[in-house]
Design a protein around this ligand. Structure first.
Ligand code: C2G
Length: 128
């Protein structure tokens, strides 16, 4: 079984997020999502999600392409996650291109094209 992992906040889940998740799942058989906790968002990413971790987790778990959701609590957990979960492929949108190349020593690293024209920030701004 080929295992894939990706990470994110996935706040106000939108088309771009789902396209990323579906393409990530298509790269293997089992997709794990490292979901940023509320604390990680606030203290490390300096962005507060509109929806809470339990709600964001519930939404992601409802997606057919997502097999497992784990908490992302720190920037530095990726290597141990890759080893702990036996990950074959790490995937991120290409706005992160190059940032996680250190993982190439542990698994395949793939950056997928980010979906243009949509973001959680844009949604919030457009709704103001
Ligand atoms: N994404 C995308 N297209 C968009 C918006 C987002 O492909 N229009 C992708 C991002 O590139 C990322 C994933 O969807 O791979 C989740 O996006 P965010 O929730 O914004 O995640 P981010 O804040 O980038 O956090 O340790 C990694 C971080 O947790 C990533």
């Amino acid at each position: 079984m080929k295992k894939v992992i990706t990470y994110g906040t996935f706040d106000l889940l939108h088309y771009g997020h789902v396209r990323l998740l579906k393409r990530a799942k298509a790269l293997g058989d089992y997709l794990i999502v490292g979901l940023s906790t509320d604390e990680f968002n606030s203290y490390k990413k300096h962005k507060d999600a509109y929806t809470s971790y339990p709600e964001r987790k519930y939404i992601l778990e409802a997606l057919e392409c997502v097999d497992e959701v784990i908490p992302e609590e720190d920037w530095d957990q990726k290597i141990s996650d890759v080893q702990k979960y036996g990950i074959d492929t790490f995937v991120m949108g290409d706005d992160w291109k190059g940032q996680f190349d250190f993982l190439k020593d542990y698994c395949q690293v793939i950056y997928l094209e980010r979906t243009p024209g949509i973001s959680t920030t844009k949604i919030k701004d457009d709704l103001k």
